[in-house]
Design a protein around this ligand. Structure first.
Ligand code: B12
Ligand code: SF4
Length: 634
C-alpha cells in the first residue's frame, strides 16, 4: 500500500526533472540564437598573420641591410569603475573604430614607404575593455619583448574620451617611466588643452584632431628622433565649430578602417564592425564636442571605396552587420551613393544589415502631414528612409535628448523644436515636439526600421519626475530602444565652459564623465534625486512587463523587419540586464572580469605625476639633468 504513492512520487519527480532539463535546453537554444551563432567565424576564411620579416618580404624590402621595425601599440584605455578597478569584460559591445582606423594608417605607410625607407611598422591593437587589463607587469613585458625581438617601440593611447583620460594618463605615465615613447590622441586631448599641457610636460606627445594627414609626419619625426610635444591638423579645409574655426582633413581618399579577425572574437556579436563613412556634424548642441573637434563641415569618404570595403568585409571577414558611426549619416553629402551601392551589395549578401545615427529630419518628413504640401525636404526624407531600409538598415539612432522644448532651446538643439524663438505657449510647443518625435518613429517603422532614442536627464528645466515621465512618454510614442544619459559637462563643449564659469561643476574627476554619474550642480535636483530620475527612466522603460511582451512577441506589432525584430530583442534584453547590473549599456560589456591587483591609486594629474614618475623626475632634477621634453626615442 505504501509502495504505490512512493512510485507516483518518483514518477512526478522524474517528470519534473525532465521538464526542467527540457526547459533549460530550450532556454540555452534561445540564448544561443539570440547571442549569435557564428562566434570564431564558422567557415570564415582565416587571414595569415604576417610576421615583421614576412611583411617586409612582401613589400620587397628584404635586403642585406636590416629592416628597421617599429612596433606600434595602439591602446584604447578602459576606465575605472566605482571601486577603482579597471572595467574589463569577457565580451565588449563592439570593436573600436579608432583602433581600426589607426591600424589602417600604419598599413598605408607600409604600402607606400616601407620599401623606400627600409622601415616596417608593426601594429598591435589593445582594447583594454575586452583584451584585458594592462598591469605594470604587462608594461614591462611589452618593453622586454621588443628588446628581445630587436624592434623599436612606440605607444599610442588611442581614441581616449574624457572618462578614459585618468586610466589613459596612468598607463601613459607607466610607459614613460619605463622609457618608452608615448602619445595620446582622441576627444579628450583634442578638447581640453590643460590635459595636453600636463602630458607634454612629462614627455607625452598629444595629437589634436584627426590623424589622417598627420600620421606620416609623426612617424617620420619618430624615426628621426625628433617627435614634437604636439601635433594638430594644418592641412585640409577650414571648418566652423561652436567656437573658433579649425582645420580638418579631407577624408575622400583616406584609408578605410582595417578589420582584425582576432579582435572581432572579443565581442558579443563577432560579425559586427564599425565604419565611419563621413565626419563632422552641422548642428550646434551645446553639450556635444563633435562639432568642436571634427567641425561643422561634413566630409565624406569616397562612396565607391566605402561600398567595396563593405563587400570585402562580408567576403573576407564574415561581417554581416555594420555600425555606421557617422554622427549624422543623413547629413553626409554622399549618403545617396553609399546607400545605392549597399543595396547592390545586399543583393549579393542578403545578410547585410546596419544601424546608423541620424537626426530627426531624416524620417520626420517622409510623410506629408495634414496641411503640408510636398517640398524638397519631404522628398529627401522619403528617399532616405526607403533607400536605408532597402540597403539593410535595421535601426536608426536618433538623439532626441528631451521632451521639453525649453531644454532643447537651452541646448541650442533647435533641429528638434519648432519654436526656437519662444513664440508659442509652452503646451503648444511641447505638443509639437511630441508630435515631431511620433512622426519620426512612425515613418521609420513604416519602412520596417526600429528607432533607438538618445535621451538626457538633468537639463535645467528637468524636475524630480523627469525620468519617470520620459520613460512613459517614450514608450507611448513608440521608441523601440532608449539610451538614457546623465547630462555631463564634456570638455571642449560650450556647456563645460559655461558650467565652469558659473562654478557648477561639483566633480572634476574626469573618470566620472561617462554619462552615468552626476558631476554638476542642478537648480532643481540634488544628486540623489538626479540618480533616482535616471533609475526611474531605465526601470520604467525596460520594465519587467515590457520585457515579457517583447520576448513573447519578438518585438512584434510595430511592423519591424525580421532583422530589426531580432536585433531589437537582443538589444532590449542586454539593456534590461545591463542597467540592473549597475552599468550603462554603452559603457560596459558582457561578463565582467575583475583584476584585483590593479586598482586606481590617484585622481589628479599632480598626484599621478608624483605616484608614477615622482622619484625619477626629482632624481633627474637632483642630478642636474634637463627636465625638458622627453618624447624622443630612448
Ligand atoms: C561610435 C561612438 C561610440 C560607440 C563606440 C563604438 C566603437 N567602439 O567604435 C558607443 C555607442 C559604444 C559609444 C559609447 C560612448 N561614447 Co561615444 N562616440 C562614438 C562616436 C559617434 C564615433 C567614434 C568614432 O569612431 N569616431 C571616428 C574616429 C576615427 O575618430 P577619433 O576616435 O576621434 O580618432 C581620430 C583622432 O582623434 C585621432 N586619434 C585618436 N586617438 C589617437 C591616437 C594616436 C596615437 C594618434 C596618432 C591619433 C589619434 O586620429 C583618429 C583618426 O583620425 C563619437 C563621436 C565622433 N565623431 O568621434 C562619440 C564620442 C567619442 N562618444 C562620447 C561619449 C561621451 C561616449 C559615452 C561615455 C557615452 C555616451 N554619452 O555616448 C560612451 C563611452 C563608451 C566607451 N567605453 O567608450 C563622446 C566623447 C566626448 C569626450 N570628450 O569624452 C563623443 C565624442 C560624442 C560626443 N557627443 O561628444 N560611443
Ligand atoms: S549631439 Fe548630435 S546633432 Fe548635436 S552637435 Fe553633437 S553630433 Fe551633432
Amino acid at each position: 500500500m505504501l509502495l504505490a504513492p512512493r512510485g507516483e512520487t518518483l514518477m512526478v519527480l522524474l517528470i519534473t526533472l525532465a521538464s526542467i532539463i527540457a526547459f533549460l535546453a530550450f532556454a540555452a537554444a534561445v540564448l544561443y540564437w539570440l547571442l549569435g551563432t557564428n562566434r570564431y567565424g564558422g567557415d570564415k576564411p582565416t587571414t595569415l598573420q604576417l610576421t615583421a620579416s614576412a611583411a617586409a618580404m612582401r613589400n620587397g624590402v628584404l635586403n642585406p641591410e636590416a629592416v628597421r621595425v617599429v612596433r606600434i601599440y595602439f591602446i584604447k584605455p578602459s576606465r575605472y569603475d566605482d571601486d577603482g578597478y579597471v572595467s574589463v569584460f569577457r565580451y565588449g559591445v563592439q570593436p573600436n573604430n579608432t583602433l581600426n582606423v589607426l591600424s589602417a594608417l600604419n598599413e598605408e605607410f607600409n604600402r607606400h614607404f616601407s620599401a623606400s625607407r627600409n622601415v616596417h611598422l608593426e601594429t598591435i591593437i589593445w582594447d583594454e575593455i575586452c583584451d584585458g587589463v594592462i598591469s605594470p607587469a604587462t608594461v614591462r613585458a611589452i618593453k622586454e619583448k621588443a628588446h628581445e625581438d630587436g624592434v623599436e617601440l612606440l605607444i599610442g593611447l588611442a581614441g581616449v574620451q574624457s572618462n578614459q583620460y585618468p586610466r589613459g594618463r596612468d598607463l601613459a605615465l607607466q610607459f614613460v617611466a619605463e622609457g618608452m615613447t608615448t602619445m595620446m590622441g582622441g576627444f579628450h586631448v583634442s578638447g581640453y588643452p590643460d590635459s595636453c599641457k600636463f602630458l607634454n610636460s612629462v614627455g607625452i606627445t598629444t595629437i589634436i584632431g584627426e590623424a589622417e594627414n598627420l600620421w606620416g609626419f609623426i612617424v617620420e619625426d619618430f624615426l628621426k628622433g625628433e617627435l614634437k610635444p604636439q601635433y594638430s591638423v594644418t592641412e585640409g579645409i577650414r571648418a566652423k565649430t561652436g567656437q573658433e574655426d579649425i582645420m580638418v582633413p579631407i577624408i575622400t581618399e583616406a584609408q578605410l578602417p582595417q578589420i582584425d579577425d582576432r579582435y572581432l572574437t572579443r565581442f558579443f556579436n563577432p560579425s559586427m564592425t564599425p565604419l565611419d563613412t563621413s565626419r563632422g556634424c552641422p548642428f550646434t548642441c551645446s553639450y556635444c564636442s563633435v562639432k568642436n573637434v571634427m567641425g561643422r563641415t561634413m566630409r565624406s569618404r569616397e562612396p565607391n571605396a566605402v561600398v567595396e570595403w563593405v563587400r570585402d568585409a562580408m567576403r573576407y571577414h564574415g561581417i554581416e552587420s555594420l555600425f555606421l558611426v557617422d554622427d549624422d549619416f543623413f547629413r553626409s553629402p554622399r549618403w545617396e551613393e553609399i546607400l545605392t551601392g549597399l543595396i547592390e551589395v545586399k543583393k549579393e549578401y542578403p545578410k547585410l544589415s546596419f544601424m546608423m545615427q541620424v537626426d530627426v529630419d531624416a524620417s520626420c518628413y517622409a510623410n506629408i502631414a495634414e496641411g503640408e504640401t510636398e517640398t524638397a525636404k519631404h522628398r529627401r526624407s522619403k528617399r532616405f528612409t526607403e533607400l536605408a531600409a532597402a540597403a539593410g538598415c535595421y535601426q536608426a539612432f536618433v538623439g532626441i535628448e528631451s521632451l521639453n522644448p525649453d531644454n532643447l532651446n537651452f541646448a541650442t538643439k533647435y533641429q528638434n523644436t519648432d519654436d526656437r524663438q519662444h513664440k508659442m505657449k509652452i503646451e503648444e510647443s511641447r505638443a509639437r515636439v511630441i508630435n515631431k518625435y511620433r512622426r519620426v518613429v512612425d515613418n521609420w517603422h513604416k519602412v520596417g526600421v526600429s528607432v533607438h532614442a538618445g535621451y538626457m536627464l538633468g537639463f535645467p528645466f528637468d524636475g524630480p519626475d523627469c525620468g519617470r515621465v520620459a520613460a512613459q512618454t517614450l514608450k507611448k510614442i513608440g521608441f523601440d530602444i532608449v539610451s538614457f544619459f546623465i547630462m555631463t559637462p564634456l570638455p571642449g563643449t560650450e556647456d563645460q565652459v559655461r558650467y565652469t564659469k558659473e562654478g557648477d561643476i561639483i566633480d572634476w574627476d574626469f573618470n566620472q564623465l561617462d554619462s552615468q554619474h552626476v558631476t554638476l550642480r542642478h537648480p532643481r535636483l540634488d544628486t540623489r534625486q538626479w540618480m533616482q530620475a535616471y533609475k526611474d527612466a531605465f526601470t520604467g522603460f525596460y520594465s519587467i512587463g515590457r520585457a515579457i511582451r517583447e520576448v513573447l512577441t519578438v518585438c512584434g506589432g510595430r511592423n519591424l523587419n525580421a532583422e530589426s525584430r531580432r536585433s531589437t530583442l537582443r538589444q532590449f534584453c542586454y539593456y534590461f540586464f545591463s542597467y540592473r547590473q549597475g552599468r550603462h549599456p554603452m559603457v560596459g560589456g558582457v561578463w565582467q572580469i575583475r583584476r584585483r591587483d590593479v586598482r586606481r591609486a590617484v585622481i589628479s594629474d599632480d598626484e599621478a605625476l608624483r605616484f608614477y614618475l615622482g622619484g625619477r623626475r626629482f632624481g633627474a632634477i637632483l642630478r642636474g639633468e634637463p627636465d625638458g621634453f622627453a618624447g624622443a626615442p630612448a
